[in-house]
Design a protein around this ligand. Structure first.
Ligand code: PMP
Length: 294
């Protein structure tokens, strides 16, 4: 695999991939993006990512100068040029070049960029032993300020929470929303497992709690259904995290990773729990099967 970048129709090496300093994506974070996995040479959940990309574009009134099929073709061509079997695609659509003011009205045309490379989100051993996280003092963007449902280029909210996690010596932070309820992590969705009656129930915050509707989140929710696990989207308080039996995060780059400590408190037994392990193996099986089966 040798990383490649598609910029407005041309595939280049990363060192030759340049954007203009007048691009409003650079000047104002005015744009949107997707992070997508390649498994076994195939683009994982391509339609779900295209749907979210075009919805994000609509929400910020940006007209992508390509059809979803053309965007997919650009990604496939770049994956091929990079000789990528297992990797990561970063797809970016920015408002494009314009004058120095904030208004997008005079931006010439959106820039479309597709990077094919690899990504490592968390250390490999944490997938076995679990990860420690904190709850951040940085509140997730209010949905009526900048909706977390838009995968925008403005990630400063999340970056500030990530800095707080780094300072606390952990790799990730859980962000609460302005009502004080659990939203999501800086680049992952969050799930907990609780025993309800005598049965385990998988729980995750709802869209209305101010989250990005993760593609991996949806895949894991579907796996829960297919293996007969009870699964609900509901508002969770920090208290629910503290009394959970298990906790895990989902994301395209992170995949599915156990959380075993929150704010210094062990989650359940302090080890990755049985439901988390079951879901991690089911997820691995799915990505193997949807790749080339190897
Ligand atoms: N929340 C945020 C804020 C994210 O950036 C991401 C990563 N895209 C996720 C959740 C997980 O979404 P997905 O499973 O689609 O990668």
């Amino acid at each position: 695999m040798s990383p490649k970048v598609w910029i407005d129709g041309k595939i280049t090496d990363p060192r030759d991939a340049k954007v203009c300093v007048y691009d409003h994506g650079f000047l104002y974070g005015d744009g949107i993006f997707e992070g997508i996995r390649v498994y076994g040479g195939k683009i994982f959940e391509c339609k779900a990512h295209m749907d979210r990309l075009f919805e994000s574009a609509r929400a910020i009134r940006l007209v992508i100068p390509l059809t979803p099929e053309q965007v997919c073709k650009a990604m496939e061509d770049t994956v091929k040029a990079a000789d990528c079997r297992d990797g990561y695609i970063r797809l970016i659509v920015s408002r494009g070049n314009g004058p120095l003011g904030i208004s997008p009205a005079k931006c010439e045309k959106p820039s479309v960029i597709c990077i094919v490379d690899t990504i490592t989100m968390y250390p490999a051993e944490m997938y076995e032993s679990g990860m420690a996280v904190i709850t951040s003092s940085v509140i997730r963007n209010h949905a009526n300020a900048l909706s977390p449902r838009i995968k925008s280029l403005n990630y400063l909210n999340n970056v500030l929470a990530k800095i707080e996690a780094n300072d606390a010596g952990v790799p990730e932070a859980i962000m609460l929303n302005s009502a004080g309820n659990v939203a999501e992590c800086t680049a992952d969705n969050i799930f907990i497992v609780r025993t309800v009656g005598t049965m385990p129930e998988v729980q995750t915050p709802a869209t209305s709690d101010g989250i990005l509707e993760g593609v991996t989140r949806r895949v894991v929710m579907d796996i829960c259904k297919s293996v007969g696990l009870s699964m609900v989207e509901k508002t969770l308080q920090r208290h629910d995290l503290y009394i959970a039996d298990e906790c895990f995060l989902t994301g395209t780059a992170a995949e599915v990773i156990p959380v075993t400590k929150i704010d210094g408190r062990p989650v359940g037994t302090g080890k990755p729990g049985p439901i988390t392990r079951e879901l991690i193996s089911a997820f691995k099986k799915k990505i193997r099967e949807e790749g080339d089966g190897r």
